[in-house]
Design a protein around this ligand. Sequence first.
Ligand SMILES: C[S@@+](CC[C@H](N)C(=O)[O-])C[C@H]1O[C@@H](n2cnc3c(N)ncnc32)[C@H](O)[C@@H]1O
Length: 351
Amino acid sequence: VTEGLSVDDPGLHLLARELEGVDPTRVLLVHCGDLPGLRRGATRLVLDIREETGAVARTIRADDRAAVARLAGFAHAAVWPRAHLGKDFTFACLATGARALAPGGALYCSVRKAKGAESIADEMAALLGSVETIGRDSGYRLLRSVRGDVFDATLAAEREALRYEIRDDALGDIVLHSAPGVFSRRGLDDGTRALVQHVGARHDDPVPTAILDLCAGIGPLAIWAARRFTGAHVLAVESNVLAASLARDNARACGVGDRVHVELGDGRLAHTGVEHVRPSTVELALVNPPTHADKADLVALLAGLKTWMAPGGSAFVVVSRAGVATQGLTQAGARVEEHRADGYTILHARW
Ligand SMILES: C[S@@+](CC[C@H](N)C(=O)[O-])C[C@H]1O[C@@H](n2cnc3c(N)ncnc32)[C@H](O)[C@@H]1O
């Protein structure tokens, strides 16, 4: 399972059954993974680099704007809504799929009624003129729209180009740019704000020079830390390709691009670091871990902190409930203090 994508989901099987036997080279998979049974040759958009491991289809990263813009001539485009990322991302995916179809091609979307099937059907009708339900299974509906004479290119372009601007008192004058498909796209996450305020109220001595932001998203913690600790280098690790690319742009736009090093990577894996931030050198780590990770992933991510931290360094992890995270840190040998802050728990781990 990667960020809302599970091969066991009945909705994915609805899509897979529909596309069974079609020419895979005419299939575009818009963030729905490799459909079970689909032969080699399809083109697949991926949002997270972990999706590339073992991929059967030819993958294109969602942040490769030029490659995404060139997608065209497909007979089938399949969309899988990642509910936790919001409707605007689903709409952007539908727009990409519809735009990439050849005349007569079909856009498919498998939706759960509880997850706003009506608005998704309305969007498909707005893009391509009409929509029909062609399958049902375990509460899922498979929707299809065919690209005939109607294609609202203006609406599609609007959906694909949507961007947001984030400002927040806790970040001072930092302005962040964000987009559909990333965590907390419309505003600073409450947990991130609680973490910034908690760490900002401390008077660290010595002042940290090597900082890690694990699971960095579009970079609020990394950029805030680079601005606050002006002599520090920050390594920001993030696996979502759109988020990592936005984090890089945001750091540059905030004037700290030379000290915030964004690495597109899986934070669970060993990493050699960058010039100023190596394993065993990190004095301050800031972590707002993924809320949708399963227990094993969360434990692996947090246990990995141990290899990064300098002796006596402080890792701060913000969570809504302490249990699993505290357990993961303690199992990795950390001493952990728990602090309550604005409805969140901030774990202070030291090795
Ligand atoms: C709760 S968000 C926090 C984002 C950002 N730090 C903030 O405060 O807004 C967690 C982030 O972790 C990323 N993530 C999930 N699993 C990851 C992994 N194995 N390695 C690196 N990043 C991961 C997600 O894509 C997401 O952007």
